[in-house]
Structure formats: structure tokens, C-alpha cells
Design a protein around this ligand. Structure first.
Ligand code: SF4
Ligand code: SF4
Length: 474
């Protein structure tokens, strides 16, 4: 069955030609109130993104995602592999938060906050406008043969794009391995750490590929969040929308003619000028309705507002609105689904806050050495051998650390020259220890013992372990 003409847009995407080749998008340079707001938001976010790995709170990097060592810092709060459950809850909170926002306000995240959009639209695209000019000039440059002007402009753009990609790659690395390590590597000289240098060059190449060539296709075909829109949005979600009731009226859209009474003739307010399409960075026509390719960048809102102003019609033919708002003039209100997400979000945040308060800065694990039974020593003393591991999550060394048995009368001896030791800042201390308890104090073959960890004779953590004794003694 042939697709009706007004549904043809569903069969293809704007970035691919009918022959399956790349259709390059040359969006018009946006301008207007929302674009100015987006610029301000982007300056703030770019500063945040570039500075976050270099800001420290209590000695901890503000944001760090060290996947290799499984260490993460979120807002200066360190998460160790032992805190993985907290990290998972934080991630779930992030996902529920973005989902709630999407259900209520569509892809607002994509248009205003996503790093891909910020870098593409607010950094790379703006440099392109500066070097190559606006849409018309860019299209002419693309078509013209390789002359001096084209080589100069394209060459300059390539160099600037590469430098920015390299900068982004460095910051990306600072998030991954930590800014201190990155600075050390830079001061040591890049060839001292060739594997990191290779990673850096690969990241640079990936960023260059994404921003110089792949571009809007990240949002249109690659981003999983974009794919989720179909299940998250409903008719009550606020999205960038064309008011088809007003734009089409009874007899549809029509080119503008001076001194024609459009209302009396039954034509809508859309003058079919195509400016909203020309300005769209994903190349779609928002008048076809909400589409998966729309990143809610608001460029078409600004552009249509300019047109409406120029023909003395009210602004807002394209605006933030829900389908219900356009169809029935229903104002925004919280739906049952949104209330459900809010409830889940509040519960998760409460859970995380409670767990963070209960979390110890030092974590001790004492485990019996596998395969070892107890040893019956002189004077009816029973001895068990254990391994211990102490994790110091703080940024200060913990000195003079010792163990004391809290549940029984007995002794703890480390397999070391001294019975006290140091746990380095953000480090681990491991070793072996013997616990000796008088047999008369034991209550069978399995005994739960409580061990206190002391620093300078101050209790900093407690832990438990199983102590084996002879069965026949009870
Ligand atoms: S910019 Fe506005 S008036 Fe022009 S085609 Fe788009 S919706 Fe219609
Ligand atoms: S349709 Fe409008 S809001 Fe959506 S991507 Fe295009 S210009 Fe941006």
C-alpha cells in the first residue's frame, strides 16, 4: 500500500538520501530569546564540565569516574568498590529523574543539558558559522570546487576542531583517571606514558569524528535515550510542538500575501516559509508532529516567532506545549504516572541519604584463612588465623591502627613486627592476624567474635568474624 503524502516523512530520515547516502544538514544559524537562554546555560555547563575534574572537596575530586580502579567521586563524595550498592542507587536515581523529566517535559535534557548538543550546537557549529558563514554560504562552499578559499576555510575548521577535540579528550581523561594523574602525566612528558597517550589520541579521533562528521546522527540514530522517547512520551508531555489547530485552521497553511485576510479565507497562521525546517539541526519538519529526531533544541520556536512578529501575528505558533494543550487547551498538570515516578524518586533519595549517613569512612573486613582449622595451644588457649583488609576512604593517612577483641577476653596478634600499622589515605592495608581466646570462654565449635579497629586508641570501626573451637569442649 502506498504511503499517503502527508505520512511520507515517516519512511525516511533527513540525514539519509533516497539512495542511502549521507544528506548533509546545513541548519540556519538560530537566533532569538530561547537561543540566548540556551547560550547562557551552555556557558555554565561548559565551565562545569571543564572545571569539575579540577575542583576538590576535602581532597576528593568533585567528579571522577575511574572505571579501571572502580573508584567514583560524585559531588566530592568518594564511592569505593565496597560502596558499589550506593553508586548503583545514585545511578538509579539519575535514571528515574531523567525519566520523570522526559515524561513531563519531553527531551528537555537533550536540548538544554546533553553534552552532545552543547558541544555540537554551542561550540562546533558556532565555530563553523564563524568560518564558513550561515546556511546559504555553507551550502555554496560545499558545492564549489576545491579552490584557495575552500581549502583555507575547511583547513582552518579542521585544525580548530582537532584542537578542541584534543582538549575535550584531556578533560574526559581527567574524569577517567583523575586530574592529578593527568597533570603528572603531562608534566612527565607524553612519551613517558605511551599507553595513556594512545588512549588520548583515540579519544581525540572519536570526538573529532562525532563533532565534525557524525554530528546530529548521534541523536537521531545512535542515542539510546532518544530511542526511549516513543515509550516515555504521551499526549500530556510538554514538548516543542507546532500548534496545528492554529497553523492549519480549516483550509491549511498558505504562503503569505500582503493585504489578504487569511482568517476570513479559512487559512491557518503558518505561512509555509520553511524557516522552522531550515533552522532545524536534525533536518525535520516539526509541523509533521512530534518526531523521534526532534532534540527539543527550540531553534524552530525562535525562528517561527521571528516570522510571526514580521507579519504581525501572535508568537507561539511553535512552542512548548502538550498534544492535549493544543487539541483541548488543557493546562499542564501532574498525571498519575508522574506522581508515581516522584514517589519512587523520593523513596530512593531517602534511602541513599540514610545509607550515606550510615556509611563508615573506614571499612574493615576480617575473614578466617580458608582451609585453616583452630590450633590448640598451651594453657587451653585456642588460636584462629585470619586475614584482614582495611579500606581508608578519607584523604588523610590513619596512623597507629590496632585491633582489639571486644566480645571475648583474648588477644589479637598481627603477623608483623609491630601490632600497630598505618592505613594510607584513600588506600588499603592488608595482612594476617591471630586471635587467641581461652577455651573456657568459647561456647561450642562456632563462635561469633567482635573486633574493634582503633586509631590512637579511639574506636573507628567494628567488624565480626567466625572463630572456630573444639566441638567436644561443650
Ligand atoms: S516557521 Fe512558522 S510560519 Fe514558517 S513554516 Fe514554520 S511553522 Fe510555518
Ligand atoms: S524540530 Fe525544532 S526543536 Fe526539534 S530539533 Fe528541530 S529545530 Fe530543534
Amino acid at each position: 500500500m502506498e504511503t499517503p503524502e502527508n505520512e511520507v516523512f515517516r519512511d525516511s530520515i533527513a540525514t539519509v538520501t533516497s539512495e542511502g547516502k549521507r544528506a548533509w544538514i546545513f541548519p540556519k544559524k538560530p537566533s532569538g530569546k530561547l537561543y540566548d537562554y540556551r547560550k547562557m546555560v551552555s556557558y555554565f555547563l561548559l565551565a562545569f564540565l571543564f572545571l569539575s575534574p579540577f575542583i576538590k572537596i576535602n581532597g576528593n575530586q568533585f567528579l571522577m569516574f575511574n572505571i579501571l580502579e572502580r573508584r567514583f567521586n560524585i559531588f566530592g563524595f568518594p564511592f569505593w568498590p565496597q560502596d558499589f550498592h550506593l553508586f548503583v542507587i545514585s545511578m538509579i536515581i539519575g535514571v528515574v529523574f531523567v525519566t520523570l523529566f522526559t515524561v513531563a517535559f519531553g527531551r528537555i535534557f537533550c536540548g538544554w543539558i546533553c553534552p552532545q548538543t552543547i558541544f555540537m550546537e554551542m561550540v562546533f557549529r558556532r565555530i563553523e558559522y564563524l568560518i564558513e558563514g550561515d546556511r546559504g554560504k555553507q551550502m555554496r562552499l560545499a558545492k564549489q570546487p576545491w579552490n584557495a578559499e575552500k581549502i583555507r576555510k575547511k583547513g582552518l575548521k579542521l585544525i580548530i576542531f582537532l584542537v578542541i577535540s584534543f582538549l575535550i579528550a584531556n578533560v574526559f581523561l581527567a574524569y577517567l583517571i583523575g586530574s592529578d594523574k593527568l597533570i603528572t602525566y603531562i608534566t612527565d612528558g607524553p612519551f613517558e606514558h605511551t599507553s595513556t597517550l594512545i588512549s588520548l589520541l583515540i579519544f581525540t579521533a572519536v570526538f573529532y569524528f562525532v563533532f565534525a562528521w557524525f554530528r546530529e546522527q548521534v541523536c537521531v540514530i545512535a542515542c539510546p535515550y532518544g530511542r526511549l522517547q516513543g515509550v516515555l512520551l504521551d499526549t500530556k508531555s510538554i514538548v516543542v510542538a507546532y500548534d496545528h489547530k492554529r497553523g492549519e485552521a480549516e483550509n491549511g497553511r498558505k504562503k503569505f500575501r500582503k493585504s489578504e485576510n487569511r482568517q476570513a479565507l479559512g487559512f491557518g497562521d503558518c505561512i509555509d516559509c520553511f524557516q522552522c525546517v531550515n533552522v532545524c539541526p536534525t533536518g525535520i519538519d516539526i509541523r509533521n508532529g512530534t518526531q523521534m529526531e526532534c532534540v527539543n533544541c527550540t531553534a524552530c520556536i525562535d525562528e517561527c516567532d521571528h516570522i510571526m512578529e514580521s507579519i504581525n501575528l501572535p508568537k507561539g505558533l511553535i512552542r512548548y506545549a502538550s498534544e492535549e494543550n493544543i487539541e483541548k487547551k488543557v493546562p499542564f498538570k501532574l498525571t498519575a504516572r508522574m506522581k508515581g515516578y516522584i514517589a519512587v524518586l523520593i523513596i530512593l533519595i531517602g534511602l541513599l541519604t540514610g545509607m550515606l549517613f550510615l556509611r563508615n569512612e573506614v571499612e574493615a573486613t576480617v575473614l578466617r584463612l580458608p582451609g585453616q582449622l583452630y590450633e590448640h595451644k598451651e594453657n587451653n588457649v585456642i588460636s584462629n588465623v585470619f586475614t584482614y583488609k582495611l579500606v581508608n576512604k578519607t584523604t588523610k593517612n590513619i596512623e597507629d591502627v590496632s585491633f582489639k577483641l571486644m566480645s571475648h577476653d583474648g588477644t589479637i596478634n598481627l603477623v608483623a613486627t609491630s601490632n600497630t600499622f598505618e592505613v594510607p589515605s584513600q588506600g588499603i592495608a592488608e595482612g594476617t592476624l591471630f586471635v587467641e581466646i581461652d577455651n573456657s570462654a568459647l561456647s561450642g565449635d562456632r563462635n561469633k567474635i567482635k573486633i574493634g579497629v582503633y586509631a590512637d586508641d579511639k574506636l573507628i570501626e567494628t567488624t565480626t568474624a567466625n572463630f572456630l573451637g573444639p566441638r567436644s569442649y561443650r
